[in-house]
Design a protein around this ligand. Structure first.
Ligand code: AKG
Ligand code: FE2
Length: 314
């Protein structure tokens, strides 16, 4: 597998009037659809995160990762990648992350900070809240455009109401050698849509359908949008869920922030019948994301390339 100098499509979400049923909405929508069918991924130019907020989201992230390990370990979870994941994992020694479940619910974020700082940390909560307020709008705009592009508007409300948000702060230690080291192994995300944001240190790579790795090189006001397995399944394979990985070079730590839209507990993902026909036979049986997650992260399936296919492929 080689890597060419190809770039991800870049789509502008900063138009003044990006509202449904306008000319500009329809233009952006067709770019979104094309990018997601072809790459399952694109860069979104989105100017609603102020420079102050851009700065503070990485500051609070650093503040968290600088806490003593014993404190960070207070936020552990039985669900994979939900709580704190430390540098102890032998196959990804550079990686550390901290998940905040239901990050759209302020008192849940507060609970995390009380666990970590005892007195709480109001500025941490406020930063997460402001970040989520803006980026959840971007997530919803993109998903609205996907549903419209597929001509299945009658499922719009069901789809939009079927998810919660999880935020994940991530840190990749610098490898401090001339060698390139793996920060995170190649995988597809298992959720609906992922929005990634990162500091100035590069490392994210996306695999194209024809096997080329694309280096992602975002600016402070671009976000990387990616489709997860659950949306791939719901759209009966029309939206591509790309493999991606993080490769670390140089002597600076990489910080990234992931916003994941996640199917609610108990919601069954089932491709609408309008998307199933002779040319597009059903690819996956209906499934519960949370049960799939438990299956996908067992020892046996952890390194399985197509866990969803193994779990509920037709
Ligand atoms: O750090 C990144 O940019 C990628 C993180 C990622 O792939 C994930 O959290 O699933
Ligand atoms: Fe990922």
């Amino acid at each position: 597998m080689g890597s060419k100098n190809i770039k991800l499509p870049k789509i502008n979400f900063s138009h003044e009037d990006l509202k449904p049923d306008t000319l500009v909405w329809n233009q952006v929508k067709s770019q979104v659809y094309k990018a997601l069918v072809e790459y399952g991924c694109f860069e979104a130019f989105f100017d609603k995160i102020s420079i102050n907020l851009q700065k503070s989201i990485f500051e609070i992230s650093q503040e968290f990762f600088d806490l003593p390990i014993q404190t960070k370990l207070k936020n552990i979870s039985t669900k994979p990648f939900y709580g704190y994941v430390g540098q102890y994992h032998p196959s990804i020694p550079l990686f550390e992350s901290m998940g905040i479940i239901d990050s759209n619910i302020p008192h849940k974020v507060e609970k995390y900070t009380q666990l970590l700082w005892l007195q709480g940390n109001p500025s941490f909560c406020k930063t997460i809240q402001s970040y989520l307020e803006q980026l959840s709008k971007l997530d919803q705009t993109i998903r609205r455009m996907i549903v419209e592009s597929l001509g299945i508007e009658k499922y719009m409300d069901e789809h939009m109401n079927s998810t919660n948000y999880r935020l994940r702060l991530m840190k990749y230690k610098e490898p401090q050698s001339d060698e390139t080291k793996t920060g995170l192994h190649a995988h597809t995300d298992k959720n609906i849509v992922t929005i990634l944001y990162q500091n100035q240190v590069k490392g994210l790579e996306i695999l194209t359908k024809d096997g080329q790795w694309i280096n992602v090189d975002p600016t402070p006001d671009t976000f990387t949008i990616m489709i997860g397995d659950s949306l791939h399944a719901w759209t009966n394979g029309r939206m591509h869920a790309p493999f991606h990985r993080v490769m670390m070079r140089g002597n600076e730590a990489r910080y990234s922030i992931g916003l994941f839209s996640i199917p609610k507990v108990g919601y069954i993902i089932k491709a609408p019948k309008e998307l199933v026909n002779e040319d597009h036979p059903l690819l996956f049986k209906p499934f519960d994301y949370h049960e799939f997650l438990a299956f996908g992260y067992t020892e046996e399936h952890m390194n399985c390339d197509f866990a969803l296919k193994a779990y509920c492929g037709v």
